[in-house]
Design a protein around this ligand. Structure first.
Ligand SMILES: *Cc1c(COP(=O)(O)O)cnc(C)c1O
Length: 391
């Protein structure tokens, strides 16, 4: 038996791609987590927008374990009910026409990129493969999604960067038309709120221009809803709050409720873009992950969405203008807080006082469970306010 602690084992044997916080999570219940010393924390991170109904959620566990007792996996050469049911539910809820299942956000976006390229080449010619993405975006860590990510820091160490991406500037809506006019473009890909980029909602004038340019140049719109999607925005998907009608919608994180699941939804214009053999995934549409997702999606009711908006207002009202807080941005329960003190110091102070929060660039980032109890949220906000005070 190895006598090293988890921390020692991890430091010795796991690749050093993460700066971990100095606690080990050993259990959780709802919005409460417990570390190796038994210490309790209020969780405002949800494993980065994944555990949308909190930890160890009874209904989701029941859905997942019921499926585990039937069969855990089959190849995509056979039909299976959880995958088909989930696809039907997603299409009914969004108006999309078909769904491809993958295992992560990056893979869902890879599928969207392949669909857009193929559609561009099928309808506009073999060179019409470029995709406009936005500066400061984040679309994943695979080589293509890294290239789609409009932040140079992500590209520098991994050249050559995959070609086929052009970057528009969200503070300069005119940059969209310049790119669309001067290049062979198939699609525009966007996050309704740039999460990793600092929890920045797209400016209204940029959204309007995106709509106009997409129509004028016959471009597909691809909504990356990996982080904001599945109720977190206060609508089922964040683009719905912006009056956009994307042709492709990707999501992951929250939809699986804690199991890996990526979703690429194809709208009317691209519903038949893929034929047999054009795309695939061994684990994509895994029945256990899909059974859990059917449960999650069935619970994103109007009441739950109203609860998200109520909690969102509590956070905005509770933090905006508080001492040491410069700004509060975001949508629904994806919120960025710009503070006078360095965000890392506030994350540490909050942790010492029993609240787990995240960062995005130089801001604090809050991604609580959609059903976090109001009194618990109020308690966490008080801890954040105390940590942000400068005197
Ligand atoms: C997290 C994230 C991704 C990548 O998802 P993974 O599951 O980590 O591959 C892509 N897009 C957005 C907007 C994200 O927040």
């Amino acid at each position: 038996m190895n006598t090293m602690t988890t921390k020692q084992l991890d430091d010795a044997y796991v690749a050093h791609t993460y700066n971990r916080f100095p606690i080990e999570i050993v259990s959780g219940r709802g919005s409460l987590l417990y570390d190796e010393t038994g210490r309790e924390y209020i969780d405002l991170g949800t494993g980065i927008a994944v555990n949308i109904f909190g930890m160890a959620d009874d209904e989701w566990i029941a859905a997942v374990t019921a499926q585990l007792g039937k069969f855990q996996h089959t190849s995509n050469l056979y039909y299976s009910a959880p995958c088909a049911n989930l696809a039907a539910m997603l299409c009914e809820a969004t108006g999309m026409k078909r769904v491809f299942f993958a295992n992560s956000g990056a893979e869902a976006n890879e599928c969207a990129i392949k669909a857009a390229r193929k559609h561009g080449e099928d309808t506009k010619g073999p060179d019409c493969c470029n995709i406009i993405t936005l500066r400061n975006s984040f679309h994943g860590r695979t080589l293509a999604t890294l290239a789609a990510t409009g932040q140079d820091v992500f590209h520098e160490k991994f050249t050559p960067v995959t070609p086929g991406f052009l970057y528009a500037d969200t503070t300069d809506p005119a940059s969209l038309e310049a790119l669309a006019r001067d290049n062979e473009v198939a699609a525009i890909m966007f996050e309704a709120v740039q999460g990793e980029g600092g929890v920045l909602p797209l400016p209204d004038d940029f959204v309007a221009e995106m709509k106009r340019v997409a129509k004028k140049y016959d471009l597909l719109l691809i909504a990356d809803e990996v982080q904001l999607g599945n109720g977190r925005s206060g609508a089922l998907y964040g683009y719905m709050n912006l009056g956009l009608e994307p042709d492709i919608v990707t999501t992951a994180k929250g939809i699986g409720g804690g199991l890996p699941l990526g979703v690429c939804m194809l709208g009317e214009r691209v519903q038949d873009v893929f034929g047999p053999g054009d795309h695939g995934s061994t684990f994509g549409g895994n029945p256990v992950a899909c059974a859990g997702a059917v449960n999650i999606l069935s619970r994103l009711t109007d009441d739950v969405l109203a609860g998200v908006r109520e909690r969102s207002k509590m956070i905005f009202d509770g933090l905006t203008g508080a001492p040491g807080i410069k700004s509060v941005t975001g949508m629904g329960l994806m919120i960025g807080v710009e503070t006078e003190k360095p965000a890392a110091d506030i994350v540490a102070a909050c942790r010492e006082n029993g609240v787990l929060v995240l960062t995005a660039k130089t801001k604090l980032r809050l991604l609580p469970a959609l059903n976090i109890p109001l009194d618990r949220l109020e308690k966490a906000l008080e801890v954040i306010r105390q940590a942000c005070r400068t005197e």
